[in-house]
Design a protein around this ligand. Structure first.
Ligand code: GRF
Length: 202
């Protein structure tokens, strides 16, 4: 089996991306990050630039609708060598819902990392919502992206105890300490065939 080509999509600081880029510098790692894309001028793109990985920005505001944005994003990813059904697309802090025409092209080789134990606390404020719910533990989930919001099949999870009085930022940082290596392991396991992705259903 050859090296798996991976495109990573981000919107923010990109610490998950950075961990993946670092892991992929090991020649034994079975995946190669071939491009990093964003919906905005994300600070995390600098991690890709520092690693010599090509970047692209496709902003929804430049398109008439979500379908056209999704097609432009897909085209950038294909242009960088990640073909639907062959390569993998990783959403690592992309703060947008990917449109159906994009999801149907790439899923199930389209995964997301989310800072909660799905199906609990989907959506953009997962850490805040877990704190507000008063639960004693939360965590991170890597899942296949389907047409819903954080609803696709769960691949891997890691648990984190919630400490009394901790803030959203403190808890999110402790989740990310475990989320980053989980993402590295999950991409490795997809690349070497240890983890088989479920067939895509619409
Ligand atoms: C991660 O916790 C991810 O699950 C969530 O946003 C965070 C991104 O962090 N969707 P970073 O940009 O990788 O530091």
């Amino acid at each position: 089996m050859g090296v798996l080509k991976v495109a990573v999509l981000i919107s923010g600081g990109g610490s998950n991306l950075k961990t993946l880029l670092d892991a992929a510098t090991d020649p034994a790692y079975p995946a190669q990050i071939v491009a990093v894309g964003s919906d905005t001028d994300a600070p995390g793109l600098a991690h890709a630039e520092a690693a010599g990985v090509p970047t692209f920005v496709v902003q929804p505001a430049d398109y008439d609708n979500r379908t056209h944005w999704g097609e432009a994003l897909a085209e950038q990813i294909r242009t960088h060598g990640v073909e639907p059904g062959a390569g993998l697309v990783v959403s690592a802090g992309l703060m947008r819902i990917l449109p159906p025409n994009f999801v149907s092209q790439f899923s199930p080789k389209l995964i997301n990392t989310h800072p909660a134990l799905l199906p609990l606390f989907p959506g953009a404020h997962a850490v805040r919502d877990a704190l507000a719910a008063g639960v004693s533990e939360t965590g991170a989930t890597i899942h296949v992206i389907d047409e819903g919001v954080d609803t696709g099949p769960v691949l891997r999870q890691v648990r984190v105890d919630i400490r009394p009085g901790e803030t959203e930022d403190e808890l999110h940082e402790r989740i990310k300490e475990l989320e980053r290596p989980l993402l590295v392991e999950t991409v490795r396991d997809i690349a070497d065939g240890t983890l088989t992705l479920p067939p895509h259903r619409t």
